[in-house]
Ligand binder design. Structure first.
Ligand code: NAD
Ligand code: LMR
Length: 327
């Protein structure tokens, strides 16, 4: 029998965790022939709720689920982990400044990065979902000096999927007809959704929509979708976030389809002028378990400005955490 893949999920008792765990256990994260063992990491107060979710997972009798363990400390939770889905984070609460949020999350992602460094399997691949996802991934990567930085990624796939959906709706197209969407930068309202190279059933998207629609509707709608969902649902996106996490890891491990690319948040190698190490949304393909940034794209002035805005925002966050002594 194939050895099960150890998947550690933090924040397992939260709403994304609830939408994610059953899909992992059913084989949608890695493939329908890949057995998994779940390692759920929570804070002590939420362990009981995680136990309840584990009981439900048991009750599904998933053929691929070969075990569930629950932990309240990162060293144990990441021991032997092959995949880490870092969902648990400190949400912004009333009266909290951005620096407070960064400090609180530094206190989570620093220790988790160190635990991954010391305890995870050699092939560990990490997706950070918890916000601010790009900077949290940067903190975790910087806290794990023995793990290659490219194993730490941040979730931009929800933004990517949102952009595809908006364009498909506008053009009355099928989502599967849309290829080569990109969302540059940070998972925040600064992000830059970009259809410069997107095709719709083989035709350039730029021939099908006008600039005013892109600037006045498409970009702000995609960039502010998270806030619009919070406003409508009274809670942040959960099932769509879990779905994007599944898409990200599935593609990373199994490869992206020929002739298309997707958007992961990955450590910059300096491509497109993004400072090395910043975790940034890039157009990328995956092959053999590695992300490769799509190279050689000519960028419009609008795209260049969008990338620069995101570099500025992420450099500011990076400098703030350094000034606070988190790294
Ligand atoms: P939630 O509040 O329902 O659940 C979070 C869970 O994390 C809780 O159960 C909490 O106990 C746990 N947790 C907190 N600190 C922890 C720690 N140190 N170790 C382990 N677990 C810990 O939140 P949610 O709706 O599931 O969202 C989780 C995160 O994902 C939030 O930060 C949210 O903003 C973010 N998010 C990101 C995206 C994206 O596209 N990147 C999309 C949606 C939500
Ligand atoms: C989203 O994009 O849906 C979330 O990141 C929003 C949030 O702030 O949790």
């Amino acid at each position: 029998m194939t050895t099960p893949v150890n998947v550690t999920v933090t924040g397992a008792a939260g709403q994304i965790g609830y939408a994610l765990l059953f899909r992992i256990a059913s084989g949608q994260l890695l493939g329908e022939d890949v057995p998994v063992k779940l390692r759920l990491l929570e804070i002590p107060q939420a362990v009981k709720a995680a136990e309840g979710t584990a009981m439900e997972l048991d009750d599904c009798a998933f053929p691929l689920l070969k075990g569930i363990d629950i932990f309240d400390n990162p060293e144990a939770g990441f021991d032997g982990a092959n995949i880490g889905l870092l969902v648990g984070a400190r949400p912004r609460t009333k009266g909290m400044e951005r620096s407070d949020l960064l400090a609180a999350n530094g206190g989570i992602f620093g220790p988790q990065g160190r635990a991954i460094n010391d305890k995870a399997a050699d092939d560990i691949r990490v997706l950070v979902v918890g916000n601010p996802a790009n900077t949290n991934a940067y903190i975790a990567a910087a806290s794990a000096p023995d793990v290659p930085a490219d194993r730490f990624t941040a979730m931009m796939r929800l933004d990517h999927n949102r952009a595809i959906s908006q364009l498909a709706t506008k053009l009355d197209a099928d989502v599967t007809d849309i290829k080569k969407m990109t969302v540059w930068g940070n998972h925040s309202a600064d992000q830059h959704p970009d259809v410069s190279y997107t095709t719709v059933a083989g035709k350039p998207a730029l021939d099908l929509v006008d600039e005013a629609w892109l600037a006045d509707y498409f970009v702000p709608t995609v960039a502010k979708r998270g806030a619009a969902i919070i406003e409508a649902r009274g809670a942040s996106s959960a099932a769509s976030a879990a779905n994007a996490a599944i898409d990200h890891i599935y593609d990373w491990v199994n490869g992206t389809p020929e002739g298309d690319w997707v958007t992961p948040g990955i450590a910059s190698d300096g491509s497109y002028g993004v400072p090395e190490g910043l975790v940034f949304g890039f157009p990328a393909t995956a092959e053999g378990g590695e992300w490769k940034i799509v190279q050689g794209l000519d960028l419009s002035e609008t795209t260049k400005a969008g990338i620069q805005r995101n570099i500025d925002a992420l450099v500011e966050e990076r400098d703030e955490i350094k000034a606070m002594g988190i790294l």
